[in-house]
Design a protein around this ligand. Structure first.
Ligand code: UDP
Ligand code: MG
Length: 355
């Protein structure tokens, strides 16, 4: 594949001279957030100025169809601390975060949502805790503005998750938080395609601490997470961290088999002592439905695991980037493990400062 206009990708042996590491990188996935971008850029800029650390902000445009990328280019022109990576299509929140982590060069990296639900003003308290020696400082939601059905669903999910999986993922914490360089390096080096970043972050270990932070309201626009995407994320969290969910299903199956055996023996005994057999078809129908259900659940859970194995075996790149705004030219040596591809898009050439 040699397109005349494709950027040559240097071999891993050829390293570009690295510019000095900033103290802090902020990774923000943004999907169709053009309406929020100006305020986001302004509030983030103010917070970073006040914190007086060297910083970069990596805005990951997750294949937006609106003016999000144009806003990123504008922000970069005004303040070179703002940089952008634009993905070739919508890859989803968790992959956008992973792409940002692969690009982030800071000694510490903050991940936050782009809709201002994670307040930029909380970054100094994350940074202060990090300076006390913590590798991971995650925001624990002190309050949520969402209505009660969503709050109850979240609370139930996080408690179920901790019962079922083999690592303990902090309750009521999202992706908003700070990670040290070594934690980011480890997460970027993890090859899995289905990424549940807060789970990977908990898995890494070291010193981790939560700080209570109020979750604000979305600044503008509609939530980009559909119910289906939220359920998908929940399944990734449940399935991605061990065999936990298979066990209760196995238990249910065993219990069902045990019960049916007792019932069978009972029914036979009744017949033998001459009390007559219980009326048949209703029981048979109920039994069929019940065992059919157990089998479907088991098959579905197994299917989730098999699907994941297929995805890992395919080993497609995690994402494709179409343009880079203010980022150093791709040095494939840095995110080889994520196996990301950079295919520049002709229509966006102006966005790429060539080396
Ligand atoms: N987002 C993204 N890709 C997606 C969906 C969302 O990058 O496919 C971004 C979105 O722009 C926002 C963040 O992820 O910055 C959280 O999304 P949203 O506010 O819709 O989620 P919620 O707050 O409802 O969990
Ligand atoms: Mg939101």
């Amino acid at each position: 594949m040699s397109r005349p206009d494709a950027q040559p990708i240097p071999s891993p042996h050829f390293r570009l001279p690295a510019s000095p590491r900033p103290d802090l990188s902020i990774v923000v996935p943004v999907y169709e957030e053009a309406a929020v971008m100006p305020v986001l850029v302004e509030r983030l800029g103010a917070v970073l100025n006040a914190l007086s650390v060297s910083a970069e902000v990596i805005l990951v445009d997750d294949g937006s169809g609106d003016e999000t990328l144009a806003e990123i280019i504008k922000a970069q022109a005004r303040d070179p601390r703002f940089k952008g990576l634009s993905l070739s299509r919508n890859f989803g929140h968790q992959i956008a975060i992973s792409a940002g982590l692969a690009e982030a060069r800071g000694s510490a990296v903050v991940v936050m949502d782009g809709d201002l639900q994670d307040p930029p003003e909380a970054i100094p308290s994350l940074w202060a805790k990090h300076r006390e020696g913590f590798d991971v400082v995650y925001a624990v939601r002190a309050s949520r503005p969402e209505g009660w059905p969503k709050r109850v669903a979240y609370a139930a999910f996080y408690r179920l998750l901790n019962q079922l999986v083999s690592i303990s993922i902090p309750l009521d914490s999202g992706d908003f938080g700070l990670m040290s360089r070594r934690v980011v390096d480890l997460i970027v080096a993890m090859p899995e395609r289905r990424r549940y970043v807060r789970g990977l972050r908990a898995w890494v270990g070291f010193r981790q601490v939560g700080v209570p932070i109020d979750r604000g309201n979305r600044y503008a626009g509609r939530p980009k997470f559909t119910l289906a995407k939220l359920i998908g994320l929940a399944i990734d969290g449940l399935i991605g961290f061990g065999e936990g969910p298979l066990r209760p299903v196995g238990g249910l199956g065993l219990a069902a088999v045990g019960l049916s055996l007792i019932g069978l023996i009972g029914a036979l005994a009744r017949g033998l002592v001459g009390w007559g057999f219980a009326a048949g078809w209703a029981w048979v129908a109920m039994g069929l439905v019940f065992f059919g259900g157990v089998q479907l659940i088991s098959a579905a859970i197994l299917g989730e695991y098999v699907g994941r194995i297929l995805q890992e075996v395919n080993a497609r790149p995690l994402y494709v980037a179409r343009s880079r705004v203010g980022l150093e030219p791709a040095d494939r040596g840095e995110d080889l493990s994520l196996n990301a591809w950079l295919i520049p898009d002709d229509s966006l050439r102006h966005a790429q400062p060539l080396p």
